[in-house]
Design a binder for this molecule. Structure first.
Ligand SMILES: Cc1cc2nc3c(=O)[nH]c(=O)nc-3n(C[C@H](O)[C@H](O)[C@H](O)COP(=O)(O)O)c2cc1C
Length: 346
């Protein structure tokens, strides 16, 4: 089957018209200018910059104050070796400069990402990123609610308050990137939509601390994802699609065109890719696009639009497969599981 360029890959997401559904998500790869250019050349439809973390700015401010307080070391020659603070680019400056540079050099939409701690920080820095020229903003809602006295309702209300304040401030489209750890994700996303959020990215994937048995230290581990991790996203997007109107980005475990096709079929508007690009480099974007086109041609789809949502909960022939009912069926009746258990008893 020919790789016809006629297949229409366009998709609409948070008010942005994208030429195809593949968007490299926030990571050090998109923060590197050369890699960003290669991603655009290889066909990326937009890109999301690494998050600006508010606590990184606070930490930086503290270090800077400490440095300035100790700058006067009382020896002229020694002081000439100290860095010239006029040339110093703060973390925030670097994010702002990056957006300005990308906007001058790239033609695809550039989406900024923000992870704030305080309402003032969220708002001030969201404005900084908007003024630098970002086409849209993704809020990376990443907190670890570990306090016994903090209820789920309180955590959600704090998030909603922050998002509302931010929506009142910025004029560019806003999306929220969520973790999978919500008791009722569809309800929470519905609340975000009511506030005016234009898109959600489901679900972020975080590094997990590990234990080093030799040193008995807690150590951070970044492990890249695997394709099977896309399945939890696929399930939730299927259930979400017919209950909200906002844009849905699938993120987490989308490594191949097949993974992406499944995400689109259940109703995602765009597919974020991260681990697969970190593993294979920016040019891999072109392979993903080629494979997507081939599948669509072979299966006689004229456009991505035609495919989108065809297997969402409402449209699937067996929607119960997305639900708990299917779980009971699987563990109760599946023959191989019984055989396997028998083998371990022998
Ligand atoms: C090294 C690394 C850095 C990341 N940095 C960010 C970040 O700054 N902000 C953010 O929202 N997500 C960040 N992510 C999460 C990714 O954007 C993505 O949502 C997640 O890795 C799941 O997608 P994947 O399975 O394709 O990797 C990072 C992921 C990795 C691996």
């Amino acid at each position: 089957m020919s790789n016809s360029p006629m297949t229409d890959l366009q998709t609409r997401y948070r008010g942005l018209e994208l030429k195809n559904p593949f968007v490299p998500s926030s990571s050090p790869l998109t923060g590197d200018f050369d890699a960003a250019r290669r991603l655009e050349d290889a066909g990326a439809a937009a890109l999301i910059l690494p998050s600006l973390f508010e606590e990184a700015l606070h930490y930086e401010e503290e270090r800077m104050t400490h440095f300035l307080d100790h700058q006067d070391i009382g020896h002229f020659e020694a002081e000439t070796f100290l860095p010239d603070m006029r040339k110093y680019l703060s973390e925030l400056d670097q994010h702002v400069e990056r957006i300005e540079r990308y906007k001058k050099s790239l033609s695809i939409p550039v989406i900024a990402s923000l992870n704030g701690v305080t309402p003032q920080g969220w708002i001030r820095h969201a404005l900084d990123l908007q003024e630098a020229g970002a086409d849209a903003l993704e809020l990376n809602l990443y907190g670890i609610p570990s306090r016994r006295n903090k209820s789920a309702v309180e955590v959600e209300q704090n998030y909603l308050f922050l998002v509302q304040k931010l929506l009142e401030t910025v004029s560019i489209p806003v999306a929220v990137k969520l973790s999978a750890q919500f008791s009722s994700p569809v309800h929470f996303i519905g609340e975000l939509e009511q506030l005016g959020v234009q898109g959600v990215s489901v679900f972020n994937r975080f590094y997990q601390p590990d234990i080093d048995l030799t040193t008995r230290h807690v150590v951070p581990r970044i492990q890249l994802s695997h394709s099977y991790e896309s399945l939890v996203r696929i399930r939730w997007i299927a259930m979400l699609r017919n209950q909200v109107e906002l844009g849905i980005a699938a993120t987490g475990g989308f490594h191949t065109a097949e993974d992406a096709l499944k995400g689109l079929m259940v109703g995602a508007d765009v597919i974020h890719v991260c681990s697969v690009l970190l593993q294979n480099g920016p040019n891999h974007m072109a392979d993903l696009l080629r494979d997507l086109r081939i599948w669509l041609n072979e299966n006689e789809y004229a456009s991505v639009q035609q495919l989108k949502g065809c297997l969402s909960y409402r449209n699937a022939i067996n929607p119960a497969a997305f639900e708990r009912a299917n779980y009971a069926e699987l563990i109760g009746h599946d023959a191989w599981l019984k055989v396997d258990l028998k083998r371990h008893r022998e």
